[in-house]
Design a protein around this ligand. Sequence first.
Ligand code: GRF
Length: 203
Amino acid sequence: ARLVVLVSGSGTNLQALLDAAADPAYGAEVVAVGADRDGIEGLARAERAGIPTFVHRVKDYATREAWDAALSAACAEHEPDLVVLAGFMKLTGATFLASYGGRTVNTHPALSPSFPGMHGPADALAYGVKVTGATLFVVDAGVDTGPIVDQVTVRVEDDDDVETLHERIKVAERAMLVDCVGRMAREGFTISDRKVRFGGAPA
Ligand code: GRF
């Protein structure tokens, strides 16, 4: 399966997919990496791997919708079977979802529906939960609200701060991402009544 991965930061989730895809048995390859900003490690990781990249910054467009259309067109050039939002910090809009809704997954570093949005690990820490984790879901029009593919739990330690907690979450998150994206690519998946099941038509 052809993967387009969208990033906004360090790209450790992307790197995990690149490493997994090196094995032909994985069943998916990263064909392009897109970002909403320049100069991030995620893009450098793609360049080092010889993978095409594209950048579309919201501020370069007159409207959010124009940005969303440009992002969609950039993805379409690479004919993805699956789009993976791996630390991508922008909400995709109606144009994007019209083309890629139902075959775009996103990782969130919290146990949905708890702590949606930009600060999942910080919100979990502030709330005082003993267990948090990460969620892989199929993107819908909401903020971290789509049908859940899988979740992984991570215990919060007494001496955690946001950084130590998020780093521990990211270890579990990228393992879950690699496992699930591989299965979605090799086995396909179906979604009904918010339940995502592997199997059916391979991506
Ligand atoms: C990940 O935990 C992602 O879920 C969150 O930000 C982090 C991005 O990490 N949105 P990276 O860019 O993949 O290293």
